[in-house]
Design a protein around this ligand. Structure first.
Ligand code: NAD
Length: 499
């Protein structure tokens, strides 16, 4: 069994704590490795070395740092297949989906190739007599990235790219469920020319996270994960005077208006509801048809499509639509929530609880499930299921559907399917959600925009990647400079002794 340690000062090192977490192949249920959980002393040492390395890295000019990003991007592309294989094995998602995970991270690295233009300050000449005013963006120092299991490449890359290209050092604490992908990325960053110590990958659990949150040297914390942990991390980091942006869970609704193209809407719900086994923070988990006719038309289309979905291991061929969920506990939790939905009165139209795959009986699979006639008081509506379960909440009119989204405590993503531009504009303008799709089910913004939810889906300020990330990972210093006139006027041409 593989023992997985940390990436410190440019090499893989074994953990010293004697504490480990199991890493699984979720498709088979086998334990494939054990990952070391760092002690506070291991973190102290990693942070101290990162602080030293950061001093040199911050002095490297921005264009040279951007060249490291260029090379890093090329290497990620070179090793796309290897990364996808490692990622799929420890996460369970299909190979094409794993490549998408790497690709959406790579796109952020591509934007970081242009970091120098994002790091420029501002300048006002002659702001007063002899006075010029200018601002500069300086790195924070050592920052931390704490990332979830569901995008083992993309989210670490969202954290690393802007933080490192802005001249910071980073302590990356990946999810202990998927440690290998982040370690591979660190190796590639080194091959690209990143100096040792600038990126330290420290594996661990709550103990490691708490050490980061209380550590004086850490200046900023970028977190992605579930809402309760995001809120906790935001509170503790902020109390300790750190800059923090903490992105949490989601319950994303898709409105389907009666004028929508029903075939397209049904396909969108299948992809956004069941892709990656529903383990995406931008998954659509609630379908909100407007009008009974819309609901019936959707159910009629969804059921045969769901029944055709092929669930299987990432090694199962190109036609596998989605894989297992991350752990046995996640599998049991999802099945438990499905049972609660039945008990609380929702119509379980397709039941995935008994799904089993020959040869993979111990894998953490959950079959696709569809609920109709869900109401907001049910647990399946209130909780983020984070599994292949789509809930349909029927509404009478557009206002009721819009209010449902507005009243939901989460605000990560949402979408509307309609043929009417006026309705779409009204929705985009009024809805209190950070990322909105119009006839587009998973509106993850491209890497030169920014990513972030509202309400309980994000705590702190500024979004991930794009221009916001460069603001988050830099401090602004503003200089007011005055130069008195006189010296040049008094220049003497004659050679004379100084007074
Ligand atoms: P999680 O909150 O369990 O873990 C995230 C990170 O926090 C991991 O590194 C983990 O080690 C650490 N952690 C866990 N418990 C902790 C504790 N008690 N104290 C300190 N640290 C702790 O999340 P997860 O299950 O890995 O990921 C799934 C969640 O992430 C979902 O809720 C999903 O919606 C969310 N997510 C959000 C976004 C977004 O951008 N908003 C993106 C991806 C995933």
């Amino acid at each position: 069994m593989e023992e997985i340690g940390h990436w410190i000062n440019g090499k893989r090192v074994a953990g010293t704590s004697g504490r480990f977490a199991d890493v699984y192949n979720p498709a088979t249920g086998e334990i494939t490795g054990k990952v070391a959980l760092a002690t506070p002393a291991e973190l102290d040492a990693a942070i101290a070395d990162a602080a030293k390395a950061q001093e040199g890295w911050a002095k490297v000019n921005p264009q040279r740092r951007a060249r490291v990003m260029m090379k890093f991007g090329q290497l990620i592309e070179r090793d796309m297949d290897k990364l996808a294989e490692v990622l799929s094995k420890e996460h369970g998602k299909t190979i094409p989906d794993a490549k998408g995970d790497v690709q959406r991270g790579l796109e952020v690295i591509e934007v970081c190739m242009g970091a120098p233009s994002m790091l420029k300050g501002e300048y006002t000449g002659d702001a007063g007599p002899g006075i010029d005013l200018y601002s500069m963006r300086q790195p924070l120092g050592v920052v931390a990235g704490i990332t979830p299991f569901n995008f083992p490449a993309m989210i670490p890359l969202w954290k690393m790219g802007p933080a490192l290209s802005a001249g910071n050092a980073m302590i990356l604490k990946p999810s202990e469920r998927v440690p290998n992908t982040a370690l591979m990325l660190a190796e590639l960053a080194q091959e690209a020319g990143l100096p040792d110590g600038v990126l330290q990958v420290v594996n661990g659990d709550k103990e490691a996270v708490d050490t980061i949150l209380d550590h004086e040297t850490i200046q900023g914390v970028g977190f992605v994960g579930s809402t309760p942990i995001a809120q906790y991390i935001y509170g503790r980091a902020a109390t300790n005077g750190k800059r923090a942006q903490c992105f949490g869970g989601a319950k994303n609704h898709m409105l389907i208006m009666p004028d929508a193209n029903m075939d397209m809407a049904a396909d969108a719900l299948i992809g956004a509801g069941y892709g990656a086994a529903g383990e995406r923070c931008m998954a659509i988990s609630v379908a909100v048809p407007v009008g009974e006719g819309t609901a019936e038309a959707l159910i009629e289309r969804l059921v045969p499509k769901i029944e055709k979905l092929k669930v299987g291991p990432y090694t199962g061929g190109d036609d596998v639509d989605y894989g297992p969920v991350i752990t046995k506990q996640a599998q049991e939790r999802i099945k438990g929530l499905i049972t609660s939905g039945v008990e609380q009165g929702a119509d379980l139209v397709v039941d995935g609880r008994d799904f089993s795959l020959q040869g993979y009986e111990d894998g953490f699979f959950v079959g696709p499930s569809l609920f109709d006639k869900v109401t907001p008081d049910m647990d399946i509506y209130k909780e983020e299921i984070f599994g292949p379960v789509l809930s349909m909440v029927r509404t009478k009119n557009y206002e009721e559907a819009l209010d449902l989204v507005i009243d939901n405590p989460y605000g990560n993503g949402t979408a509307i399917y309609t043929a009417d531009g006026d309705t779409a504009r009204d929705f985009a303008s009024k809805v209190n959600v950070g990322m909105v799709g119009i006839n587009f089910p998973i509106p993850v913004p491209l890497s030169y925009y920014t990513f972030g939810g509202w309400k309980k889906s994000a705590f702190g300020d500024l979004n991930q990647y794009g221009p916001d990330a460069f603001r988050f990972y830099t401090k602004t210093k503003t200089v007011t400079a005055r130069w008195f006139s006189g010296i040049k006027d008094g220049a003497a041409l004659n050679f004379k002794a100084l007074d």
